[in-house]
Design a protein around this ligand. Structure first.
Ligand SMILES: Cc1cc2nc3c(=O)[nH]c(=O)nc-3n(C[C@H](O)[C@H](O)[C@H](O)COP(=O)(O)OP(=O)(O)OC[C@H]3O[C@@H](n4cnc5c(N)ncnc54)[C@H](O)[C@@H]3O)c2cc1C
Length: 239
């Protein structure tokens, strides 16, 4: 597939956790950069590899000002993310594709939405949630089941909790695999038990799965086993 590249500039870097950084990018004015919430871009990195493109989901809501956010976790010994950690600072210019992918909201939201994300897999989910609320898209119940290891890993926590406080139909459900009851009163373990319980009545729903491959694949199989079909599910695999 042939991609179209445009120059993008890093305009802000936010150190979110020790391993995760948020990058605010501005696409060159040579292009009207438009995207649907949930899509991703590829950055062509100046790295010594036969594969120099790395994909990153857009974490911000669609906008008209060519500015967008990506959220990246540092992979141990990862070639691309090592380069990013050392070199991607405010003012850095990179080659970036137009928006790609089909991990997107339906045109009209007719059933409950259940987002199941792990780690930086929350990025496209944030984009879609901000899109729904900032553009007042009609919707039913929304569940964000967000798997991580530790409390400190819960990205965008304050933002999602604020939305939950404001909107009774919005449910933010972090699930932590390494915490103990001593310091976490929420769900402990893996995401699977949580969405299986939430949708045990098999009501109409659309599931969006994103993040670590093993979890996404297991969720896909389990949701099928619950009686849902392929058209009830969309997924994005990260590795
Ligand atoms: C659609 C999509 C969206 C994603 N969104 C995000 C996101 O929002 N945030 C995030 O943190 N991560 C995201 N990822 C993962 C991201 O693209 C990178 O895989 C991750 O950052 C690790 O990159 P790395 O170069 O550090 O690791 P590496 O392990 O060095 O490389 C990562 C991948 O690049 C490919 N690759 C590397 N070298 C070669 C080679 N020589 N030849 C061929 N292929 C090679 C392989 O597929 C490898 O698994 C996404 C992935 C996909 C597919």
């Amino acid at each position: 597939m042939e991609y179209h590249y445009y120059t993008t500039e890093v305009i802000q870097v936010i150190d979110e956790t020790l391993q995760v950084k948020r990058f605010i990018l501005k696409m060159s004015n040579d292009v009207e950069f438009r995207f649907q919430s949930g899509q991703f871009i590829m950055l062509d990195l100046p790295i010594a590899s036969t594969q120099t493109n790395r994909s990153f989901s857009i974490a911000s809501a669609p906008s008209n000002n060519n500015i967008f956010e990506i959220c990246i976790v540092k992979k141990e010994d990862g070639i691309g993310t090592s380069w990013i950690w050392e070199n991607m600072n405010v003012g850095t210019h990179l080659q970036c594709t137009t928006a790609l992918g089909k991990f997107m909201l339906p045109e009209t939201i007719e059933s409950d939405l259940c987002f199941i994300a792990t780690g930086t897999g929350i990025a496209p989910v944030r984009s879609m949630i901000l899109d729904i609320y900032s553009n007042q898209k009609a919707h039913k119940n929304i569940y964000v089941v967000f798997g991580n290891r530790w409390i400190k890993d819960i990205l965008y926590r304050e933002e999602f909790e604020a939305l939950q406080a404001e909107h009774p139909e919005f449910h933010f459900i972090p699930v932590l695999s390494r915490e103990t009851r001593a310091n976490w009163l929420g769900h402990i373990g893996y995401v699977h038990a949580v969405y299986e319980k939430l949708f045990e009545d098999r009501r109409a729903a659309t599931f969006f799965l994103c993040g670590w491959n093993a979890i996404v694949k297991e969720a896909r199989d389990r949701i099928k086993a619950m009686g849902y079909t392929k058209k009830d599910m969309k997924y994005e695999l990260y590795d």
